[in-house]
Design a protein around this ligand. Structure first.
Ligand SMILES: [Zn+2]
Length: 259
């Protein structure tokens, strides 16, 4: 397989304890199934060191960040440590960072999350890294947040699940949209519509494993090799071959993350 034809799982959580019993097996399986690279997203502080260990694999790259849910407990030391981690030669991005008002939409929590997001965007800018944005129940808020930036950093809206209108705004701001397993669910008409209306040059494929297994494996633990199910669905919606969907989304990832 030529390098630009391989598949990249641009969003995995292989450090998650759900992989403790068979992590190496799952990683090898992915690399044997056409996945050429895995981007490990270490956004929970307790997984940072474990993610670093994963970088011993040549084709695993890392993203470090403080998830909005953890923003409240993050200390100054944590932000210093993040700065150090971001300078690691295998680090390609800062994330997932963002806004999540699902569990707590108190104004105090919103303020803390916005401060944390702004600080981490500054870190990404300083070290010229892409940002991986997590957004839950806060799409309009995060759009308004980015509107205040003169230069919006390059990045991806991870696991996009907003409206067509919001998708167009993010793409207009220069973001790519991360498409995950839910696009394969029958009820995801809105997301299928977003994919059909968005230029394939603006899409990335992600598993978000161990979460969000595609329809074929729904209810089971997700893993990087299942990414092909998401590619199949994108290919069907866009009326292109799976190879083309893989090639284009891989090139998008290579361009954004510079690997
Ligand atoms: Zn994730």
């Amino acid at each position: 397989m030529k390098d630009n034809k391989m598949i990249i799982d641009t969003h995995a959580h292989m450090a998650d304890s759900k992989f403790d019993s068979d992590r190496e097996v799952v990683i090898r399986k992915a690399f044997n199934c056409g996945v050429g690279k895995i981007f490990e997203i270490a956004c929970e502080m307790r997984y940072w060191d474990k993610a670093l260990e994963l970088s011993k694999w040549d084709n695993i790259f890392l993203s470090f960040g403080i998830h909005p849910i953890e923003a409240r407990e993050a200390t100054r030391q944590d932000y210093y440590k993040l700065q150090t981690l971001v300078q690691n030669k295998k680090c390609i991005a800062v994330g997932e960072i963002g806004l999540d008002f699902h569990y707590d939409s108190s104004s105090r929590n919103i303020d803390i999350q916005k401060e944390s997001l702004a600080e981490q965007i500054d870190i990404a800018t300083k070290y010229n890294k892409a940002i991986i944005i997590h957004c839950r129940d806060a799409y309009d808020e995060i759009i308004n947040f980015f509107r205040k930036y003169k230069a919006i950093p390059k990045g991806v809206i991870h696991c996009f699940s907003g409206t067509s209108k919001q998708a167009k705004i993010f793409v207009g701001m220069g973001f790519l949209l991360g498409i995950d397993g839910p696009v394969t669910y029958k009820k995801s008409e809105n997301l299928k519509q977003v994919v059909s209306e968005t230029d394939v040059n603006k899409l990335l494929v992600e598993t978000d494993c161990p979460y969000l297994a595609p329809q074929k494996y729904r209810g089971q633990r997700n893993e990087p090799s299942y990414i092909v199910e998401t590619l199949k669905e994108i290919a069907a919606i866009k009326n292109i071959s799976i190879d083309e969907a893989a090639q284009v989304t891989t090139q998008n990832a290579l361009n954004l993350f510079g690997v």
